[in-house]
Design a protein around this ligand. Structure first.
Ligand code: PLP
Length: 373
C-alpha cells in the first residue's frame, strides 16, 4: 500500500476557470476576431445590467480605468486627489501619471481603510477628487464618504478593484456612487486575466472613455476620423472578455465560497498566537483576502519562508505606499501614517480562493504554530 500523497501546495490565491469558459476562449481564438469586439460588448452589457443600467466600459487593466476615471473627473496637472496610504501602488501612481498629487491619509486600524475622520483636513482648494480604496473587499463607508464629497463639491473615483460583489448598506458597490473602477486581474474575485472596468454616470462619459482608451480617436458616421485629445492604448481583447463572461456568471457563487471560508478561518484560527485578526465583517465584504497581522516581533520573511516549507503560499498586500522611494521623494516620511505603517509591516495574506474547502482552511490554521516556532 502506498502512503497517502502529501497535500498539494496551497497558494494564497488561484483563479477558478471552468471548462465552458475555456471552450469559449477557444471559440474566440478560432473566430478570427481577437481584439475588442462582440465579447467585450457582451461583457459591458452584462456588467451594465448588474449595475442597474449604468454605462460600463472595459479596459486592459484597472490601472487604466482608474487613470481614465480620474481624467473624466477632471483631474490634471497641479490638482490634488485624497487617497489612502495603504493600497496597491497603482492607486497613487495613476494620480502621479496625470501630473496631480496624491494626498495620503492614514487608515482606521479597525477597517484598514482610509480614515474618513482625516479626509476633511486633507482637502484643500486644489483637491479635485476623493479616491477611496476598499481594502480586502471591505467597502469604505459610502454614506460618510459621499457626504464629505457633496459638502466639498468633489468628484469620487472609487478604487473598487477588490470589492466586486461587496455592498454598503445592502447596495452592491457599483450600483451607486460616482465613478467606480473594478479590477479583473487574475488575483481578483473575478478575472479576465488582466483587465478592468469603469462604471460611469452618462452616455457622454462612456463615449469619452471609449475615445481615451484608444488613442483619442473620434469616428464619424461618414467613415472619417479625428483626434481631439490624447488617448492611450488600453482597450480589452475579446479573448479576455470571454474569460470575464464566464467568470461573471460564477461571481456570486465564488463570493459565497469566500465568505464561508473566511467564517471557517474565524472558527478555527488559533487565538493564542498573538495575531491580530482582520475586521470580522460578514455584512459588507466580499472577502477578497483574509489578512491577519503577525504578532509583534515576528519577522515576516521568516514566517513566509516557513509557511512555504509547510506547503502554503503567503502574500503581502500591502506595504504602506508612502514609504516607497517615489513617494518619499514627494515629501512623505516614516512615522507620518502610523496605522498604515503598522498594518503594512505585519500584514500577511493567507490562502483564500473559491476552489478551497474548509479542510484547507483547517490545514492553514494548524500550520501557524509551527510557522512561528
Ligand atoms: C489590483 C488593484 C489595482 C490595479 O488593478 P490592475 O487591474 O492590476 O491594474 C488598483 N488598486 C487596487 C486596490 C488593487 O487591488
Amino acid at each position: 500500500m502506498s502512503a497517502p500523497s502529501a497535500p498539494a501546495f496551497l497558494p494564497f490565491t488561484r483563479p477558478s476557470i471552468d471548462e465552458a469558459t475555456i471552450a469559449d476562449v477557444g471559440a474566440v481564438l478560432r473566430s478570427g476576431w481577437l481584439t475588442t469586439g462582440p465579447r467585450c460588448q457582451a461583457l459591458e452589457a452584462a456588467l451594465s445590467a448588474r449595475f442597474g443600467g449604468r454605462p460600463v466600459r472595459l479596459a486592459s487593466s484597472a490601472t487604466a480605468t482608474l487613470e481614465l476615471g480620474l481624467r473624466l473627473a477632471g483631474v490634471g496637472p497641479g490638482d490634488e486627489v485624497v487617497t489612502t496610504a495603504l493600497t496597491w501602488v497603482a492607486t497613487g501612481n495613476v494620480v502621479l501619471q496625470l501630473g496631480a498629487r496624491p494626498v495620503l491619509v492614514d487608515v482606521d486600524p479597525a477597517t484598514r481603510n482610509m480614515d474618513l475622520d482625516q479626509v476633511e483636513a486633507a482637502i484643500t482648494p486644489r483637491t479635485k477628487a476623493l479616491l477611496p480604496v476598499d481594502l480586502a473587499g471591505l467597502p469604505v463607508d459610502r454614506r460618510r464618504l459621499y457626504d464629505i464629497a457633496r459638502r466639498h463639491g468633489l468628484r469620487v473615483v472609487e478604487d473598487a478593484a477588490q470589492s466586486m460583489g461587496a455592498n454598503w448598506g445592502g447596495e452592491e458597490i457599483g450600483l451607486g456612487g460616482d465613478l467606480v473602477s473594478f479590477s479583473f486581474h487574475a488575483n481578483k474575485n473575478m478575472t479576465t486575466a488582466e483587465g478592468g472596468c469603469l462604471v460611469m454616470n452618462s452616455a457622454e462619459e462612456a463615449l469619452r472613455f471609449e475615445r481615451l482608451r484608444l488613442q483619442g480617436v473620434v469616428r464619424f458616421p461618414d467613415g472619417t476620423a479625428d483626434v481631439e485629445e490624447i488617448g492611450g492604448k488600453c482597450n480589452l481583447t475579446d479573448v479576455a472578455a470571454a474569460i470575464g463572461l464566464g467568470q461573471l456568471k460564477q461571481l456570486d457563487g465564488f463570493n459565497q465560497r469566500r465568505i464561508a471560508l473566511a467564517r471557517r478561518y474565524f472558527d478555527r484560527f488559533p487565538r493564542d498566537l498573538g495575531f491580530t485578526l482582520p475586521p470580522a465583517d460578514f455584512g459588507h465584504s466580499n472577502w477578497h483576502m483574509f489578512q491577519p497581522l503577525l504578532p509583534a516581533g515576528v519577522k515576516r520573511a521568516d514566517f513566509i519562508a516557513r509557511m512555504r516549507e509547510l506547503g502554503f503560499g503567503i502574500g503581502v498586500h500591502y506595504p504602506a505606499m508612502h514609504l516607497f522611494t517615489l513617494y518619499r521623494g514627494l515629501g512623505y516620511r516614516e512615522g507620518q501614517f502610523p496605522h498604515a505603517e503598522d498594518v503594512g509591516r505585519r500584514t500577511v495574506t493567507l490562502p483564500l480562493f473559491p476552489a478551497m474547502d474548509e479542510h484547507d482552511v483547517d490545514r492553514v490554521c494548524a500550520a501557524l504554530p509551527a510557522a512561528l516556532a
